[in-house]
Design a protein around this ligand. Structure first.
Ligand code: PEP
Length: 262
């Protein structure tokens, strides 16, 4: 199989302000220009900043993502944002099942699954987050937990939808802690996810899915993560808020892709 470009996502979470977000997007867009043929990128700003960030990204080639969407297509859901509303704004990607949503908003695999369906029906590409807690890993249950989340999220999804799916393996204990998984542990988890996708679907449709690593990725550890072929990019939180750091991660991904291509 020909190696694919790595995909780097910047999840800004609920950080920053409008002026800072626009400035950051402009800086990242400028850094992306010389490497855009060797790496894919998407930025996930907070909802209110989507349109301004879209303008700042311009024709840079960096795509626009939202951090969540409602499981319902429309109606009485105060405070929620529907997938079709995101599409109206030019959003192309949506994060679903982030551990912070599972933890603080009690999102279940069933709700995650409904969101995946509604997002894809509206033409959004889904960045599905899965990952175990430290307790689960310590109990030797990491693979089992991730498998359950993956299967729950993809229930009822046809294989031809996988072209719109990216899986982000994000061990909960590594998110925002400065304690990244080792490249070897991450690669092993990715391998298990890949096998599970192939088991649930088939080899060729699951080959469309890129599997990213997320959890304290930074400019320093990105090259060693991307040295593993199983790691096809990163979902980056904290380091995506610093233009130079995010640019450096993008650069490492572009270099890794060139190396993989040989
Ligand atoms: C995330 O929230 O998706 C994430 C990976 O955060 P951080 O990079 O800050 O660990």
């Amino acid at each position: 199989m020909h190696p694919r470009r790595l995909l780097i996502g910047g999840n800004w979470k609920m950080n920053g302000d409008l002026a800072g977000g626009v400035e950051l997007a402009e800086a990242v867009a400028a850094a992306f220009e010389p490497i855009r043929t060797n790496v894919d990128a998407v930025i996930f700003p907070p909802f209110p900043y989507l349109q301004s960030v879209a303008r700042a990204l311009g024709h840079s080639g960096i795509e626009l993502g939202a951090q969540d969407c409602s499981a319902k297509p429309n109606g009485a859901r105060t405070g929620e944002v529907s997938a079709s509303m995101l599409v109206d704004l030019g959003v192309q990607h949506v994060i679903i099942g982030h551990s912070e949503r599972r933890q603080f908003h009690h999102e279940t695999d069933r709700l995650v699954c409904e969101k995946v369906h509604v997002a894809m029906e509206n033409g959004l590409k889904v960045m599905l987050c899965v990952g175990e807690t430290w307790e689960e890993r310590s109990a030797g249950r990491a693979v089992e937990v991730v498998q359950k989340q993956l299967r729950g999220a993809l229930e009822g999804l046809q294989g031809d939808r996988l072209a719109a799916l990216t899986v982000a393996y994000e061990p909960v204990w590594a998110i925002g802690t400065g304690k990244s998984a080792t490249p070897k542990d991450a690669a092993e988890a990715h391998e298990a996810i890949r096998r599970d996708l192939e088991h649930l679907y088939d080899r060729s449709s699951s080959a469309a899915v890129r599997i990213l690593y997320g959890g304290s990725v930074n400019a320093a550890n990105a090259p060693s993560l991307f040295a593993h072929l199983e790691i096809e990019g990163a979902l980056v939180g904290g380091a995506s808020l610093k233009g130079a750091d995010f640019a450096s991660i993008l650069g490492s991904a572009a270099t890794a892709f060139k190396g993989r291509r040989g």
